[in-house]
Ligand binder design. Sequence first.
Ligand SMILES: C[S@@+](CC[C@H](N)C(=O)[O-])C[C@H]1O[C@@H](n2cnc3c(N)ncnc32)[C@H](O)[C@@H]1O
Length: 249
Amino acid sequence: MSRTFHLDQQDAVEWLRTIGSGTVDLAITDPPYESLEKHRARGTTTRLKNSKASSNDWFSVFPNQRFGQLFAELYRVLAKDAHLYLFCDQETMFAVKALGELAGFKFWKPLVWRKDSIGMGYHYRSLYEFVLFFEKGKRRLNDLGIADVLDAPRVRSGYPAEKPVSLLEIFVRQSSEPGEVVMDPFMGSGTTGLAALGQDRHFWGTDVCSEAVDITQQRMLQAGGVPQALAPASDAPTTAGGQLSIGLY
Ligand SMILES: C[S@@+](CC[C@H](N)C(=O)[O-])C[C@H]1O[C@@H](n2cnc3c(N)ncnc32)[C@H](O)[C@@H]1O
């Protein structure tokens, strides 16, 4: 089976508005939360490596007030019965759970990613992260025997806040079938894409940062992914290839 991918460098919500309704089977994503600013003030978190491609040493954050639009678009592009996994910090989850429900998602529970070692910080050093598990319609998990605490090692010296492929593979296996489309609108280094391609799914992703797109593109090609243009979506709020879209594949 050919494993295809499509990448863009664009704002997540603007990009989702170019995607056809009901065309995505699974969304897994990891936005940079507003609450990061609190930790950044103490100088402890998520610095992008200096690079020619990036004009900013930090991620630009995605403000909490934009989550309403984000959920509305994710809900629209997902198939009738589909799952959404949202990496989320302990603070932001209180705000975004309600916004997800308002968009129509059923919130099931926070899953816990248990890491192999503690992180940096001054306020009880973190050994875990949450992943909020949402459902549109009704889709059965493929393996009902998987626990809600998932062990996976941290990624060391990778892209800032890079997630382990082994963790993302669990979500891909649980909530999609080979040949289906997996999406990540804050793809970073493309870990969701790697997990999707490795399980014979197709991947669509975007990121505002050109360095992220370059890294993802390299990883996808190394994994044997085949670049593919997306067909223009007639029912999308904005047509693909519009002013804000820089389609790479
Ligand atoms: C936490 S990182 C994702 C890391 C990813 N899960 C990985 O394993 O590499 C968040 C990403 O969101 C991107 N980002 C920030 N604001 C964005 C926006 N408005 N739309 C799309 N991407 C955005 C950042 O450039 C960053 O690469």
